[in-house]
Write a protein of this length. Structure first.
Length: 159
């Protein structure tokens, strides 16, 4: 395997990052029956790339993007004991390169970026049923905090 470089994403890589986002949507669809069948976009990737309060990191090997993730600094809710946190999103590694520590290297890069800005609280969302992702985040130091629950009480999902 070629050397892996973790670096800031570039605006001209937008279409590749959008392709990664769609791969995430496809992988998460089995965990979320509320997702629409098409047209799902989790993030405005271009806005994140242009945001000075965000870092979009990519993993590159042999001039090919093989993974990504971003950290975006956000204001914390007023009842929390910190003023700012970073939200991590669009964490993706191409299936051909999983198990090589790439996700961890992307997270480490984002942690370093946050520390340099004196932001020490990081948050991300993961489907509880996606145990592979949960384990990967736990290995990177994350722990579960809140479980969101839902029920559909309408005509299409009567309980």
């Amino acid at each position: 395997m070629s050397a892996i470089l973790i670096r800031a994403a570039r605006l001209e890589e937008l279409s590749e990052l959008q392709r990664f986002e769609q791969a995430i949507v496809s992988a998460e669809r089995p965990y979320d029956p509320t997702l629409r069948n098409s047209g799902v976009r989790y993030y405005d990737i271009e806005a994140i790339l242009r945001n000075p309060e965000a870092r979009f990191a990519v993993a590159e090997s042999a001039n090919e993007l093989i993974g990504c993730g971003f950290a975006r600094i956000e204001a914390a809710k007023p009842f929390l004991n910190h003023d700012l946190h970073a939200y991590l999103g669009l964490m993706y590694v191409d299936p051909r390169h999983r198990g090589c520590g790439i996700n961890r290297r992307i997270i480490d890069d984002l942690k370093d970026w946050c520390r340099a800005r004196q932001v020490y609280e990081l948050k991300l969302d993961v489907y509880a049923g996606n145990q592979a992702a949960v384990r990967a985040y736990e290995k990177a130091g994350f722990e579960g905090l809140l479980l969101q629950m839902r029920v559909n009480i309408g005509p299409r999902g009567e309980v």
